[in-house]
Design a protein around this ligand. Sequence first.
Ligand code: HEM
Length: 159
Amino acid sequence: MPAYVVTWIHLLAVITFIGGWLFFLLAVRPSLLEGKAKTPSKEALEMAQKMGQRFKTVGWVSLIVLVFTGASQLLDESGSARIETSWGLIMMLKLFVFAIVGGLIFVHDLILDPYGAIGKSQRAETQPLLFAGKVVWVQRSIVMLSLLVLGIAVYLSSL
Ligand code: HEM
């Protein structure tokens, strides 16, 4: 497969992954709480649950595509002089931060699972897990670190 097609698929996975997480953090989450409501309505929660469950699959597929297209691009680089320069070191930093993002996604989707928990909570009285501090901070960290990986990648492509 031509290298530009692999890069295109790599960037498509980046757009889907980071775009999806930003949409949840900046659009879905704030619109769950209307006006002064401290807890979202049952309907709003159910909608968030459906979207969260569906994006869980989209997110994991994007991550797997990132790893495969990234590895393919790395293989293209293997043996090139560039890998022995600061480029190689910064690429390792990119992969290190990406690994942390992967770990946080694992914790978010498989341990905390805030969208899976919605069905089980008593809804009206208890604050859904989705709004628990630990979930908010894991989601924010995933977005911030993914944007950092993007920044490192863009810097790398300028080298
Ligand atoms: C959130 C995760 C990731 C983001 C945001 C990201 C972003 C990018 C971007 C923007 C480019 C530049 C495309 C270009 O203009 O040439 C790129 C290239 C590349 N990425 Fe990623 N990437 C991610 C994950 C990965 C992973 C997991 C790997 C390795 C397994 C990887 C390896 C590469 C390689 C080898 C290149 C080509 C570098 C070059 O030719 O300069 N990326 N990535």
